[in-house]
Design a binder for this molecule. Structure first.
Ligand SMILES: NC(=O)c1ccc[n+]([C@@H]2O[C@H](COP(=O)([O-])OP(=O)(O)OC[C@H]3O[C@@H](n4cnc5c(N)ncnc54)[C@H](OP(=O)(O)O)[C@@H]3O)[C@@H](O)[C@H]2O)c1
Length: 437
């Protein structure tokens, strides 16, 4: 029987995981694909570097991704390099050359998805991307095919394992710099971690999920994205005293004004579903009036966990069963979650002078921001006295306007940090249902 011939762009963490998994499970894969699979060609950045490959796997290896995309002896192109502009060119070329494509690259699809899905449809080819969101969790399959009927009203995800792991370490009292260095040493953070820490990695994933949940594409500038870079152990210690956990949440919410989309750190109740998602694990919580809540949790990074989802897409493509999402559905109003009212936590570092609290309260009052509680622990450094404050519900943008009134005024030693306290009414786990007598 003819082999289904795979060409891989990239042989790094995920590429090697895919080749290893295909080798380990070759009989099962052949049975599920309906024919044997073979990796026959790989393009890498440095083709002179020796590569380790499983026994019996002897692909041609070179440094020419475009030639691989045009190679008539390749049936499926698997893009595992990363980046935006070069993969856009390669994926487009492969689809135009009549090949199905599987990718784990959220950045290229969040940026150029509309164009690439259109090319796939025009050429009657598949463009599958399960591994690009929450690695091992088959969330795209669930959204496309596995969900009970009924619209999703709200999606809340922990979609970036690096941020999640760092926040967990801060909770244990580790400094941000040490937590990041540890994540890098253990292979959970890139040498340039900007996309993870700034929230944009999760922003890309939220854009892809939105396409499937709402049926239309969104541009990245329609998502409010905030990072975790300024969070410190002192903030986590405050949360602990209030029975809160800090998570970087990606949220899609249907509101009367449209669909609000945001990524950023938020306090959640320590008893809520997502509070127990630790380290590099990801989770997606779906809420719907029809089916209630549904939570999926699994590894959000790593060679083999990600490879599992890539291989699942490869098998779907081999059977010709996958589906490329529809392009440009009905336009949907996208709104800023910063307009929603919520309680907020604010941490100031102020100089130990009379009148500081009055100045802070005055600036907040100017924008009608009402204070629910204030805490000022003893401090050793009189120039950096922490002040923790919790507000009554207020839109984030109003709070920001109030905080900007404080500006550089000689009383604060650094910019205030604010964190939304998420509405956990819906996220709170209901207590156990007693067994009927
Ligand atoms: N790692 C994860 O846990 C994970 C999880 C989900 C999704 N993803 C996504 O999967 C993709 C791959 O990630 P990764 O972690 O496997 O990356 P990686 O370890 O950095 O590997 C990247 C691979 O691409 C190759 N490459 C770089 N430039 C190239 C070029 N111009 N032409 C051909 N090949 C080139 C590299 O070649 P050399 O070997 O010569 O350097 C390397 O083999 C990314 O889109 C990432 O976002 C990763």
């Amino acid at each position: 029987m003819d082999h289904y011939r795979l060409g891989l762009l990239g042989y790094g963490t995920v590429g090697q995981g895919v080749v290893e998994l295909l080798a380990r499970t070759q009989d099962e894969c052949a049975a599920r694909a309906g024919r044997p699979l073979a990796v026959t060609r790989i393009a890498v950045g440095d083709p002179t570097r020796p590569r380790s490959l499983p026994d019996g796997c002897a692909p041609r290896i070179d440094g020419d991704p475009l030639a691989l995309c045009h190679d008539p002896d390749i049936d499926l192109v698997v893009e595992l390099v990363g980046g935006v502009e070069r993969p856009r060119e390669w994926i487009r070329a492969a689809l135009e050359a009549g090949k199905d494509v599987v990718t784990a690259n959220k950045a290229v699809l969040a940026t150029h998805g509309e164009e690439l899905f259109t090319v796939a449809r025009e050429h009657g080819k598949l463009l599958l991307f399960e591994a690009s969101v929450a690695a091992a969790i088959p969330i795209l399959q669930v959204l496309q095919q596995g969900l009970p009927a009924g619209p999703i009203d709200r999606l809340t995800g922990i979609l970036n394992g690096t941020s999640n792991r760092i926040l967990g370490r801060l909770e244990q009292g580790m400094s941000f710099a040490d937590a990041l260095a540890e994540a890098q040493a253990d292979g959970f953070a890139e040498s340039d971690p900007t996309l993870d820490l700034s929230g944009w990695d999760a922003g890309h994933k939220l854009a892809l999920l939105t396409r499937l949940v709402v049926g239309t594409s969104v541009s990245l500038d329609q998502i409010r994205v905030e990072g975790i870079e300024r969070i410190e152990p002192i903030d986590l210690a405050f949360g602990e005293r209030h029975h809160w956990k800090l998570k970087s949440l990606a949220e899609l919410r249907r509101t009367e004004g449209g669909v609000s989309l945001g990524v950023g750190p938020a306090w959640i109740d320590a008893e809520s579903e997502l509070a127990t998602v630790h380290d590099e694990y990801n989770a997606v919580l779906l809420e719907s009036e029809t089916f209630g809540t549904l939570v999926l949790q699994g590894k959000g990074a790593g060679g083999l966990p990600t490879a599992g989802s890539v291989v699942a897409d490869i098998l779907r493509a081999a059977r010709g069963e996958g589906s490329t999402p529809a392009v440009a559905g009905e336009p949907v109003e996208i709104c800023d979650p910063g307009l929603d009212s919520a309680r907020h936590y604010v941490r100031f570092r102020a100089k130990d002078r009379p009148g500081v609290l009055a100045r802070i309260a005055g600036a907040l009052a100017e924008e009608d921001v009402s204070i629910a509680s204030v805490e000022q622990p003893e401090a050793t450094d009189p120039d950096r006295v922490p002040v923790h404050l919790v507000t009554h519900p207020v839109p984030t943008i109003t709070l920001d306007a109030a905080l900007s009134r404080l500006g550089p005024n000689g009383i604060l030693s650094e910019e205030p940090l604010r964190i939304r306290i998420a509405d956990t009414n819906v996220l709170r786990v209901k207590g156990p249902t007693p067994c009927p007598a």
